[in-house]
Ligand binder design. Structure first.
Ligand SMILES: Nc1ncnc2c1ncn2[C@@H]1O[C@H](COP(=O)(O)OP(=O)(O)OP(=O)(O)O)[C@@H](O)[C@H]1O
Ligand SMILES: [Mg+2]
Length: 739
């Protein structure tokens, strides 16, 4: 297997982030540890360096992650799904896994027995002899046999318990319980009895320090995720019909599903993004059909008394699996394979109580949806669509910003590139609208409207792949500024996982498909690359077939984690999840376990906050990403601390902590903080629906958020100025530090 990984990793290219002008070529020197790489600089100096790149290689859900030292970026290798599953090993070794992960509890010595044993027997124990007896105990076959029968099978586990047992006896030689004192004095002073008599004491000690040993079967049963279809009994009682609307981008999949949504008496739309849920909400109401909106942060009712309308547009995560609908739409179903959010699509696919479920997405997701419907017994039908408008690759790459034309959307995969592109465009007097993931939905919408407005002078869009799903924009041509995507994830151990990989065929198709949308100004779309050397790479990426999706994401529910944690004794959320993930049983012909890396990172932030595990689970499910910055992490911690102590977080407190009144940003850093402030206000709203008393000022905070949106938009419209002022400050700082 090592050789296979070697084959996939040997040609990776790395970038030294401290000096990005250099490219480094990595060569694995020692494939048994993967720790040593040789890097050759491909700049003019051609110097060699032997700095080790790799901290660790871990694998999960059938893929390998290569964790590098912080200063490097690295490509991720996508090995074929499911080939390197760890599950088999985990299943056979539950006890070892738990014991490796869980810390032993401190043994609580029974009180008030000091000296009683000596009084009864009239003799003092000699430490040396007692330790010898324990050595004999350690090596005696019958002892080991009885312990195995009692569940202590693992050598490592036995040794850890023995170490603690010895430690306890050594430190309490004068104060052991009388019966144990009698037994040890018989063994060591009177040379009678057998060390086998120590077994019950040893077992008691084991259960004290590893309480989970008593519940091995329960742990195994509660971590069993092998039949997720059975979690949703209400849905199983219905005769559901699943209609899969399959086709390329811009083929009218969502349009047709929404036709049924609108016709139905009671209907639900589940979208992948807040923006899309809002768009459906808006359009449905505009057509005279009353429709409510539900997202994690927002609940809008058409009825002023908040009686629910018959139509609801929501984000996938917020959809109810209890309410009954005639028709439900699940959009962008290919997201079911997403390593972080996939489980949300699996949940609605398995659990929605609707007679007719319209599933829209790439044809590549047909196999997994079909397979899942076989396990649920639902009826399954496919409707296929062709693209409504023409979409072609341009004959050549763009190469120069002067060749950028009205209707172009330049797609980058990093904010850094967004700034760089905007600056270049400004130099030649071209105004651009900007959209990236971290922006508030309203800001994204405002930017999209500016770009879509035929009367506005801004005719160019610079965006990250945040525009990749479902949006209808007036794009004539998509220009890929790069075909590699950098992804930075923070691991629970605090290390940084940096990945740089070619975008997948599916991603490239989704993005390219934004050009030439039906019903927009430019019906015939084009796509190309900016850089000449990416042109053929993109061609190659798009020439590949999208691999069929065979696995759907799965995640344990709060109930499952809570029950599981009960059997784990006083373990931390991190340990509970780690053990759960290692011993869980999943039907790996249809499912994989989602990563929950953000969840775990959030749980590390609030590890020391005292709250019930269920509360922690809820907090950690919050849609905030702490990789976005320290400010949002500290707010997250502050909200959770106050909530755990029962202190309400008020509007005034939020104003004070978020620096209200908000000022227009003067640098990129200030812009970033404003974006994180927006996330902090969003988080407040999200929490306010669950902990009403602890976050009581929802309406006021919502107004605060509305106030912040134009401030962020102002920053975005002046991005180049911010970039220039940040650049100047950096240079002045550098000059000062040189002096
Ligand atoms: N039959 C139709 N009549 C009128 N408008 C249509 C029709 N089909 C699609 N459209 C419009 O064309 C645009 C693209 O359709 P839609 O969003 O449904 O495509 P899609 O296949 O879901 O694309 P994506 O994969 O990007 O989500 C939308 O603005 C939609 O309203
Ligand atoms: Mg769609």
């Amino acid at each position: 297997m090592l050789h296979e990984i070697y084959e996939y990793t040997k040609d990776l290219t790395f970038a030294d982030t401290r000096s990005p002008e250099y490219r480094l070529q990595g060569v694995i020197l020692d494939i048994s540890t993967f720790r040593l790489f040789q890097a050759v600089r491909s700049d003019k100096s051609e110097k060699k360096t032997n700095r080790p790149f790799i901290k660790n290689i871990i694998h999960h859900s059938g893929e390998w992650d290569i964790i590098v030292h912080d200063e490097f970026l690295i490509s991720t290798v996508e090995l074929p799904q499911g080939r390197y599953s760890t599950k088999k090993k985990a299943k056979t070794d539950i006890q070892k896994i738990i014991t490796d992960i869980v810390d032993a509890r401190e043994y609580q010595k029974p009180v008030g027995q000091d000296g009683m044993g000596e009084e009864i027997t009239g003799s003092k124990l000699k430490l040396f002899d007692v330790m010898n007896a324990l050595n004999y105990f350690k090596h005696k076959d019958t002892v080991r046999m009885v312990l195995k029968e009692n569940g202590i099978k693992e050598e490592a586990l036995f040794n850890r318990i023995l170490m603690s047992f010895r430690h306890y006896i050594r430190n309490n030689i004068r104060g052991l319980p009388p019966d144990l004192h009698v037994l040890l004095s018989d063994l060591t002073i009177h040379q009678k009895g057998s060390v086998d008599g120590l077994v019950p004491y040893f077992l008691n000690h084991a259960l004290e320090i590893f309480p989970h040993l008593e519940f091995m079967d329960d742990l195994k049963n509660t971590s069993d995720l092998s039949k997720p279809a059975n979690w949703y009994m209400a849905a199983r009682e219905l005769n559901r019909k699943i209609i899969f609307h399959a086709g390329p981008t811009n083929s009218g999949k969502t349009y047709h599903a929404l036709q049924r949504f609108k016709e139905a008496e009671r209907a639900l739309y589940c979208g992948p993004l807040r923006m899309l849920a809002q768009e459906v909400y808006k359009r449905t109401n505009e057509e005279g059909i009353e429709c409510d909106l539900l997202t994690g942060e927002e609940r809008l009712f058409v009825d002023p008394d908040e009686n629910p309308a018959n139509h609801l547009s929501c984000t996938v995560e917020t959809a109810s699996v209890y309410a009954h609908y005639d028709v439900a739409v699940i959009d962008e179903i290919q997201m079911i394979r997403d390593s972080q959010r996939g489980s949300a699509w699996t949940r609605v696919l398995l659990g929605l109580c609707a007679n007719e479920i319209h599933v829209c997405g790439e044809a590549s997701a047909i196999p997994i949806v079909r397979n899942i419907t076989e396990t649920t017994g639902d009826e399954f039908e496919i409707k296929e669509y062709g693209r409504l408008t023409k979409l072609e690759m341009s004959e050549k790459p763009v190469e120069s910003f002067t060749n950028i034309q009205p209707g172009d959307c330049i797609v980058t995969f990093s904010k850094k590139d967004i700034y760089a592109v905007c600056q270049e465009l400004e130099k030649i007097g071209k105004d651009a609208a900007v959209i990236y993931g971290g922006l508030p939905p309203a800001t994204k919408r405002a930017q999209a409207e500016i770009f879509n407005d035929p009367d506005h002078s801004c005719k160019i869009l610079v965006a990250t792949d945040a525009i990749g799903m479902g949006l209808n924009l007036n794009i004539k041509r998509i220009v890929f500024y790069s075909v590699k995507k950098i992804d930075i994830a923070h691991q629970e151990d605090g290390s940084c996982l940096r990945r740089m990989a070619n975008i997948s065929t599916s991603q490239a198709l989704q993005i390219a498909g934004r050009a030439g949308r039906f019903g927009t100004e430019y019906e015939d779309g084009e796509y190309t690359t900016f850089h000449a050397d990416d042109y053929h790479k993109l061609k190659e990426i798009l020439s590949k077939q999208v691999e069929p999706l065979l696995l759907a994401g799965l995640k344990p529910s709060a109930d499952q984690v809570e029950t599981f944690s009960y059997f784990m004794g006083n373990s931390s959320m991190k340990q509970v999840l780690e053990v759960f993930y290692n011993i869980t049983t999943v039907d790996d012909t249809n499912y994989f376990l989602c990563e929950m890396s953000n969840f775990k990172a959030l749980s590390s932030v609030i590890e020391d906050v005292e709250m019930t595990l269920r509360m922690k689970y809820f907090f950690c499910s919050a849609p905030v990403s702490i990789k976005d910055g320290a400010f949002i992490s500290s707010i997250f911690l502050m909200y959770s601390r106050r909530c755990s102590k029962g202190i309400p977080t008020t509007f005034d407190f939020v104003c004070q902590r978020t620096g209200h009144p908000y000022k227009y940003p003067e640098s990129l850093d200030e812009q970033m903080v404003l974006e994180q402030t927006y996330d902090a206000l969003d988080l407040y709203l999200w929490l306010s629906y669950r902990f009403v008393d602890m976050f009581p000022d929802r309406l006021e905070v919502k107004l605060l958020r509305d106030e912040l949106e134009p401030v962020i938009l102002h920053g975005i419209r002046n991005l180049t100025k911010l970039f220039t002022s940040t650049d100047k400050t950096d240079k002045t700082d550098k000059k000062k530090s040189r002096k």
